[in-house]
Write a protein that binds this ligand. Structure first.
Ligand code: FES
Length: 553
């Protein structure tokens, strides 16, 4: 069978060819990391960051449909792609000159509240300037198709190695389960039903009075809503590469390792040639294995593990352990990092054309949060992780977590998957488990790192929340005004309220606030993700209200 032809898409007056398996972003960034939009308040250039469909760095308009994540969207032949932000373009944005008039940034939420009649005019004005774009023409969205309704005893969310290990074992024990995955998987393990290309969330916590307490809702890409009732849910949603907070951390070229590993290899001309790799742990080894020839330096906020030293030395790559990142040079793109040794030494520059964040992995815990599972602050990764016992049980009856989603590293997918499956098959829930706790590796070194970084001179704007353009100064100002705790700071500054729902800013903001407030991060509190935790078409939500189409596997 011949290979499917490439899809041609038009972007900025050029035609790009996308291979059938490639996301749109891979095609339109064939000439390097593109600036696709501008930030809301300060008109800072925004470029792809996460590579997993969770940030705001790759939003484009496709055939008039706004807010399409180009790192996830599979293009169709003839698609017309435009960037929404900036004027005259996202790359060259003259509206940035307004920063001279409004050094505190254009605030679309609170600016010009007096006189009252001026507020709507001001908001109309700044929303257009800030790059919110325009609504699609009236009548263009098709009416929602009927939602899909499913029922299952066991639903596994996430078809990675751990999720599949659970399903395999359940199948051998005679249980038929349902696998839901956000990617368009072609197949599921034998004896398992599959719902591919569906992101699910919980709009309400489980209701233990019902036979099937969990109602997972989601939508199929470009399709109707989905509602799945389940007796038992296994969260196997894996993990992600966390962000790191430093001045200039929002510059185009600062990428997570997820993006570097998932998107960059598909480029004919790669996104970087001498990147600075941030990390001294196992994730850094993976990036070195994939991109070693394109890594110019390894920088770590703490110590560097021997296997990273070995891998970097074999490639002749210099290593900078225990370094503070005090600034980034480059405007449209990262050109150099400014470093300073922790506890000593003058600052110095390190030339690079990208910064790859591979310093820590965090679990995707939104489903556990939304189900009301008990979480625990873990100093090593610097994040809240779900409390799970050795059989993957959380504090919520019927909710299990496995693999990276349970905060376990390294993952022995087969062994942990089998234990979870046997716990489910053996009767599921037998009362409150004796929680064994989760990893507590490290001694909170990141908190110490931020304590040192906040004490040294730094250069450039430090964006604490990329989606909402909240600066470190905003946090410091809120602190000086007497606001304490992440929940209050979130409401006051809007940190963590953007499209990524805090996944990239809240863990580090907690550490920064711990330093500012001089108390441990767990006393600074935590913020719950609020459903839906991923952008959901209103049509899909609306379809859940109408008559559902029950699918029987
Ligand atoms: S790079 Fe596409 S959403 Fe983050």
């Amino acid at each position: 069978m011949g290979e499917e032809p490439a899809r041609r898409v038009r972007y900025r007056g050029r035609v790009y060819a996308a291979r059938p398996s490639e996301p749109l972003l891979a095609a339109i960034s064939a000439r390097g990391i593109p600036t696709l939009e501008r930030s809301v308040r300060y008109h800072r250039p925004r470029a792809p960051f996460c590579g997993t469909g969770q940030c705001t760095g790759c939003l484009v308009r496709v055939n008039g449909r706004p807010l399409v994540r180009s790192c996830r969207y599979r293009p169709h032949d003839g698609d017309v792609v435009v960037s929404d932000g900036g004027w005259p373009s996202a790359r060259l944005d003259l509206l940035g000159l307004l920063d001279v008039l409004f050094p505190g940034g254009l605030d679309p939420f609170r600016g010009f509240r007096r006189p009252a009649f001026a507020a709507p005019v001001y908001q109309w004005f700044v929303r257009r300037l800030a790059g919110y774009g325009t609504l699609p023409p009236p009548g263009s969205p098709a009416p929602p198709a009927p939602a899909v309704a499913r029922r299952a005893d066991v639903v596994v969310v996430g078809g990675g190695a751990s999720g599949r290990a659970v399903l395999d074992r359940l199948a051998t024990l005679g249980h038929r389960s349902l696998l839901i995955d956000r990617d368009p998987l072609a197949s599921a393990p034998a004896g398992t039903d599959l719902l591919p290309g569906v992101s699910v969330t919980l709009l309400t916590p489980p209701d233990p009075s019902r036979e099937r307490p969990f109602t997972l809702v989601g939508f199929m890409d470009d399709g109707p809503g989905v509602a799945v009732e389940a007796r038992t849910v296994v969260v196997a949603t894996g993990g992600y590469d966390a962000s790191l907070s430093f001045p200039g951390n929002d510059r185009p070229g600062v990428l997570t390792a997820d993006a570097a590993l998932g998107l960059a290899p598909s480029q004919e001309r790669t996104w970087f040639r001498h990147a600075a790799l941030i990390g001294g742990d196992r994730r850094a080894v993976e990036v070195l294995a994939a991109h070693g020839a394109r890594i110019g330096s390894v920088v770590a906020t703490g110590e560097v593990r021997p296997d990273v030293v070995r891998a970097a030395s074999d490639l002749g790559i210099p290593i900078y352990p225990r370094s503070l990142i005090v600034g980034v040079r480059g405007c449209r793109r990262v050109r150099a990092l400014r470093l300073q040794g922790r506890g000593r030494g003058p600052p110095f520059s390190l030339r690079c054309d990208a910064v790859l964040l591979a310093h820590r992995r965090l679990p995707n815990v939104q489903l556990a949060y939304l189900a009301g599972a008990r979480m625990r602050w873990c100093a090593g990764p610097g994040a809240y992780l779900p409390e799970v016992d050795e059989r993957g049980r959380t504090s919520v009856p019927g909710l299990f977590a496995v693999g990276e989603a349970a905060g376990v590293l390294p993952v022995d997918a087969a062994a942990s998957g089998e234990r979870v499956a046997e716990a489910i098959a053996g009767g599921g829930w037998e009362g409150a488990p004796a929680l064994a706790g989760v990893r507590e590796d490290g001694a909170g070194d990141l908190e110490g790192y931020y304590r040192e970084l906040l004490a040294v001179p730094r250069r450039g704007r430090w964006v604490a929340c990329r989606c909402e353009d909240v600066l470190l100064e905003d946090l410091a100002r809120a602190h000086a005004a007497g606001y304490r705790g992440i929940e209050v700071i979130k409401r006051y500054t809007s940190l963590g309220t953007g499209l990524c729902q805090g996944r990239y800013c809240v863990p580090d903001a907690l550490l920064l606030l711990a330093v500012l407030e001089n108390r441990p991060p767990h006393e600074v509190g935590f913020v719950r993700s609020r459903p839906p935790v991923f952008p959901t078409p209103l049509g899909a939500l609306a379809s859940l209200d109408g008559p559902a189409r029950t699918e029987v596997p």
